[in-house]
Every structure is written in structure tokens, then in C-alpha cells.
Design a protein around this ligand. Structure first.
Ligand SMILES: Nc1ncnc2c1ncn2[C@@H]1O[C@H](COP(=O)(O)OP(=O)(O)O)[C@@H](O)[C@H]1O
Ligand SMILES: [Mg+2]
Length: 224
């Protein structure tokens, strides 16, 4: 379960305040697939990063399960990121000089898994996304669709209960975009809780259990 209470985020840029999130309240139950729709600049990435324990809110609280994320020590917060959360980004954020296998292994390494174990799990995950014969390829030696699958395998490496996805179809053509959404739909059916932000509602609404609007940092429920 994720709960957000009175969340505000203000950035300060060259002497000016930018209000990215304004008094956001919401709750995501386990096994929901929630999408948050908003135009560019509406605060979507800020919301996901705050949810994921990656940027401190200016005020307000984020709970993952019964833990108040920003009430924890840095170490405890990192622990939650490693064990409960998976992240998927628009640009995939793969490390260019590492192979597909190493890109997936790295989150297992960070989580403290032994090298043999890292290799085994990373190989299985890459096989699952159809890249069993591309383990030694670096990102630039893979197609965009294959890079996306590496990012997916990496996001799932620590068997997270919650996946946070920031416009994961943003740089994909329609057919790859459809593949990605199908995957997310399948993972959701298998029990994963998903929070996804996007500027394009149409492509995703058939997969989601609930959708919300984010406009200029203000979150509201949608009716469709
Ligand atoms: N590090 C930052 N410093 C200052 N302003 C920022 C920073 N990151 C984002 N913003 C501003 O906060 C607002 C929300 O940004 P963001 O969360 O990236 O929106 P979205 O993901 O919906 O495009 C925008 O006006 C953006 O310019
Ligand atoms: Mg964004």
C-alpha cells in the first residue's frame, strides 16, 4: 500500500519558486494499476520520484506499507527502494558500458546478492523477456525494443511488490508501446502493484484499474 498525505514539492530555480506538487493526497491499494495522466511539466516525474524515496518533499508524508519513507534514515530508505520498489523510466536508463546481463545484475549487486546468485537471477529474467541470446550485448548493440526489455528485467530483478513507471512508452513506436503495456498488464495480473505516469491516457486506460489527473501539481480523480 502507498499513501501520500499533504504532499508539496517546491523547487527553487534561479531565485524563483516552482511549485511542482500542491497538497497531493492519495492512496494506492495493493495490486492496483493506477495511472496518473498529465501534460508535460505537470509534476508527474516529481510525484514518482517522491513516491520512490528519491527526492525529499518540501512538506507532507509518503508511506510505503506502514513506513513513513522520509521519516526513515537514508539507509532504511535505500533498503525500501531495494526490496519493495522497481523503477521503469522513459529512457530506460541503461548503463552504456555494461552488458545486458550486467545491467540487470547491478540492482542485485546493490541489494547484496552474491555474484553467482546475481548471474543466475539476471539470466533467468533476461530469458523471460526473450533476451537469453543477448546477455553479452551492450545497450548500443541492442534495438530500442530490446533495450526496453532489459530495463524491464532490471526493474523486476529484486521482485518488487510495487513498480513505478515514468512514461515507459514515451520513446517507443506504437507496436513496442503496445508490447510494453501488455507486459505491464500481465505483471499486474500476476499481482504487481503499478503506478504509471503518462501524458497519453488512451493507450493505457484499458489496463488500469483507476486513473487520476495531474494538472499543475494538483491531483484529482478521473471519472473514466
Ligand atoms: N530540479 C528541478 N529544479 C527546478 N524545477 C524543476 C526541477 N525538476 C522539475 N522542475 C519543474 O517542476 C515542474 C514539474 O516537473 P516534472 O515533475 O518533471 O513534470 P513532468 O514529469 O510532468 O513533465 C516543471 O515546471 C519543472 O520545470
Ligand atoms: Mg516527466
Amino acid at each position: 500500500m502507498i499513501k501520500i498525505e499533504n504532499l508539496n514539492k517546491k523547487y527553487r530555480l534561479r531565485g524563483k519558486d516552482v511549485f511542482a506538487l500542491r497538497d497531493v493526497n492519495f492512496k494506492v491499494e495493493d495490486k492496483e494499476f493506477v495511472i496518473i495522466v498529465g501534460p508535460s511539466g505537470s509534476g508527474k516525474s516529481t510525484l514518482l520520484l517522491t513516491l520512490g524515496g528519491l527526492i525529499h518533499p518540501t512538506s507532507g508524508k509518503v508511506f510505503i506499507g506502514n513506513k513513513s519513507v522520509y521519516g526513515l534514515s537514508i539507509k532504511e530508505r535505500a533498503e525500501i527502494r531495494k526490496t519493495d520498489l522497481g523503477f521503469l523510466f522513459q529512457t530506460f536508463s541503461l548503463i552504456p558500458y555494461l552488458t545486458a546481463l550486467e545491467n540487470v545484475q547491478i540492482s542485485l549487486y546493490v541489494a547484496g546478492k552474491k555474484s553467482v546468485e546475481q548471474k543466475k537471477i539476471a539470466t533467468q529474467l533476461l530469458e523471460k523477456v526473450g533476451l537469453g541470446d543477448r546477455l553479452d550485448h551492450k545497450p548500443f548493440e541492442l534495438s530500442v525494443g530490446q533495450q526496453q526489455r532489459v530495463a524491464m528485467a532490471r526493474a523486476l530483478a529484486n521482485s518488487p511488490s510495487i513498480l513505478l513507471a515514468d512514461e515507459p512508452t514515451g520513446s517507443l513506436d506504437p507496436s513496442l508501446s503496445e508490447d510494453m503495456l501488455n507486459w505491464l498488464g500481465t505483471l499486474h495480473k500476476e499481482g504487481l502493484t503499478i503506478v504509471m505516469v503518462t501524458h497519453n491516457h488512451d493507450t493505457i486506460k484499458r489496463y488500469a484499474t483507476r486513473s487520476l489527473n495531474l494538472v499543475e501539481g494538483i491531483l484529482s480523480e478521473r471519472n473514466n
